[in-house]
Ligand binder design. Structure first.
Ligand SMILES: CC(C)(COP(=O)(O)OP(=O)(O)OC[C@H]1O[C@@H](n2cnc3c(N)ncnc32)[C@H](O)[C@@H]1OP(=O)(O)O)[C@@H](O)C(=O)NCCC(=O)NCCS
Length: 206
């Protein structure tokens, strides 16, 4: 009887008999909503346990990874998406309010990494704030230490997918960095920079 009832709302056994829900999921999937809500707090909890300073309004994906959390501070409404890797390596990392870090970005903090407010960081961006010293050819590079001056990203910057920001760079307020760009020098505020090395292609106007 139950089978007959299901068939009656699904139609006959022809191709068109697939139920509505198989083709179009309900716009509100409450089960998924609850799971996502829980997972959001699991990510926050993981970061908290590892010593990261963050308010409850942050959203951390559970798969985001962090080490030495006491050197990291996240401000309100920061979003850290899936697969993001945060490694301070002895430097401080801070991310300002309303900034988002999309999936699979890598944030190194060796010389310090300061990200301002309202910053948008697209997937796969890398903040490589460190260089190996390599002056001597008589020794392994890995024996020769590091240099690191740190990276500063000012407020309201948009960093495109896969961009790489190198050590010692300050990205000025309101800048846009094209996808796949390599930023080797500091950037003037409100510039649009693309390419490797990143060059100014236009200035944002009021
Ligand atoms: C930079 C970007 C925002 C476009 O800015 P724009 O000021 O409108 O620039 P234009 O499209 O007019 O391009 C200007 C020049 O830069 C080149 N260019 C644009 N983006 C580039 C990029 N990422 N890398 C290399 N060159 C690029 C264009 O080919 C063009 O060159 P030309 O003058 O020789 O023809 C866009 O190309 C980009 O990279 N967006 C990032 C998208 C992204 O990562 N999304 C992820 C989700 S947030």
């Amino acid at each position: 009887m139950v089978g007959a009832f299901i068939r009656s709302i699904q139609g006959s056994g022809s191709e068109s008999s697939l139920s509505y829900s198989e083709h179009q999921p309900s716009p509100i999937d409450f089960g998924e909503f609850k799971v996502n809500f829980l997972l959001r707090y699991l990510g926050n909890l993981k970061f908290k346990i590892l010593g990261v300073r963050l308010p409850l309004s942050c959203q951390i994906a559970p798969s985001a990874s962090v080490s030495q959390g006491r050197l990291i501070s996240l401000h309100r409404k920061v979003l850290i998406d899936a697969g993001v890797i945060i490694r301070p390596y002895g430097g401080n990392i801070s991310i300002g309010p309303n900034s988002t870090v999309n999936p699979y970005c890598v944030l190194y903090g060796h010389g310090g990494l300061r990200i301002g407010s309202g910053v948008r960081i697209a997937t796969g961006a890398v903040f490589a704030g460190v260089n190996h010293n390599f002056n001597s050819i008589d020794d392994f590079i890995f024996h020769q230490g590091w240099s690191h001056d740190g990276i500063i990203i000012e407020d309201d910057v948009w960093i495109g997918a896969g961009a790489i920001i190198l050590d010692g760079v300050t990205v000025g307020q309101g800048c846009i960095i094209g996808a796949g760009s390599v930023v080797t020098k500091s950037l003037e505020p409100y510039g649009v920079y693309v390419g490797n090395p990143a060059k100014l292609v236009r200035r944002r106007q009021r």
